[in-house]
Design a protein. Sequence first.
Length: 156
Amino acid sequence: MLKQINKPAVLVPGNSESAEELVRACADWPSAIVLHGDGVTVAGIRFFGLGGGIPVTPFGAWSYDFTDEEAAEMLSRCDHCDVLVSHSPPLDAVDLSSNGRRLGSPAIRTAVETIRPQLVVCGHIHASSGKQAKIGATTVINAGPAGLMFELTTSF
């Protein structure tokens, strides 16, 4: 069904699949763009993507996770983007768990404060699905497991 979407779709791996697995799963979807530690410009909008659970989750070996240090290294490859797509949220923004704990990534928070994208789209923390927050002028949206579809323009 998704491969019928003919507009560019930017995706990052979650913590249930690796970047390689997601690339393979999207092989028959020509408009899918899988990002993990890299970026792309689509219609004049610069995207940077980072997947996986950050910081490392308690879920064990099956979870595709990275330490904050590993995330910071990957994020250091981005000196500018308009939209940061990250599976994990930044610390203290749309990262509140069902038991009231903040589970976001300090490395992602630091990157947002440094890079200052216009928009961050994340997920991972299901209890914060659909929530929005601000980090400075940056809007942070937790798309959650249901996901969201955005149509962006260069004037957003």
